[in-house]
Design a protein around this ligand. Sequence first.
Ligand code: NDP
Length: 449
Amino acid sequence: MSDFMQQIKEKDPEQNEFHQAVHEVIETVKPVLNRYPEFRQAAVLERITEPERVIMFRVPWMDDQEQVQVNRGFRVEMNSAIGPYKGGLRFHPSVNLGIIKFLAFEQVFKNSLTTLSMGGGKGGSDFNPKGKSDNEVMRFCQSFMAELFRHIGPNTAVPAGDIGVGAREIGYLFGMYKKLSNEFTGVLTGKSLNWGGSLIRPEATGYGNVYFAAEMLTTKNDTFAGKTCLVSGAGNVAQFTTEKVIELGGKVVTLSDSSGYIYDEEGIDTEKLEFVKKLKNIRRGRISEYVEKYPSAVYTETDLSLGYNLLWDHKADCALPSATENEINGKDADNMIKNGVFLVGEGANMPSTPEAVNIFLDHKILYAPGKAANAGGVAVSGLEMAQNSMRINWPMEEVDQRLKQIMKSIHRTCLEAGEEYGVAGNYAAGANIAGFVKVVNAMLDQGLV
Ligand code: NDP
């Protein structure tokens, strides 16, 4: 295994996040490889870690000052053994090939866990939508799609949103796809309701994470009622995580963006959450404005020199990270345990460093890895694809019920896989094993392609 990891690193030395994601998976699937020597014989690790195809392209666009700007676009088609490449697009200045490969790799296992027919892919750009006018965002999205459209399709690859890509961006991307392809199809998910979107898709990742966490609590005869929760981020996942926690009787006391975080000891209630939604989704402002509106809350600016995040250093029962990768390091994990956190549900992708994950596992707290806990988003994207194919719309209750069932099923699958392979109660290992076995078996069925 260490030789294998060495090869991965030597091949692409700068792709740290990808190495981290691969390392985490291969460490936990060792018992599977020991049980099925034919998997090793067929070089499944070498095959599953190499994308089927990588597309990189220039995205030129004109800003409002009539200056030409050039960004880089990516689409990684990681694995199509169980369905078309499915996975979102991220627009953020930190985006590079390593980050998109890590996200695409995670997506393969996540999609496999949903029980739906979806392969794994991911894409995006180093474009920063922050501070751009709507017209600039539209011109960028149109230029991005002018290249991407030839690589996607309802049966080939179906992108969706991620960081920096919400309803506005999906609209502009879809408009351009439709114009170029002369087809109105379900080629993107996360569409607006009145032109092919699914009810509950915006809510799905956050709600799904809370449903998964509620399932974990059930194993301890417990519920969210009265639980204090730390949530990071203030975007799509954070907002709907907060909404569901409130609905289930819990209290969310933090939210953040890249500039800092707010701590509201009284809890963020429905009215305050509505304020955050308008602030972030419509006015596109900063979370610091929360304390101007609600002065009893405290705002703390991000201080990277500290080496840890003060957000995770408050008394709480649950932590639901919903911002970005590696936002919880070893020190943060220690702080959480010290402050009473006994449940971590990852709304974000890979928000915990390997050191943090080991601390959670050593303390045997309830720890749900992102690829299981945040799979609700892509699951409802799968349901959006199904509705588009049938040209029907399911009512909200039906989609929500299906989402709940899928999260329950993923929870059960992780537990059962953990038990079967001698790592009972380890959801991280269970998720990797279950996702891996299904995809690898499909790859072997389909021959060396
Ligand atoms: P949004 O763009 O809606 O929100 C992201 C939030 O995280 C913002 O508050 C943003 O702050 C903050 N953030 C982003 N990058 C950083 C950073 N480097 N440091 C600190 N804060 C940061 O994205 P989503 O809510 O959609 O995504 C959040 C996470 O959930 C990501 O990891 C994503 O991959 C994952 N996810 C999302 C799914 C979805 O359906 N949307 C599905 C599954 C996973 P700021 O505005 O300052 O950048």
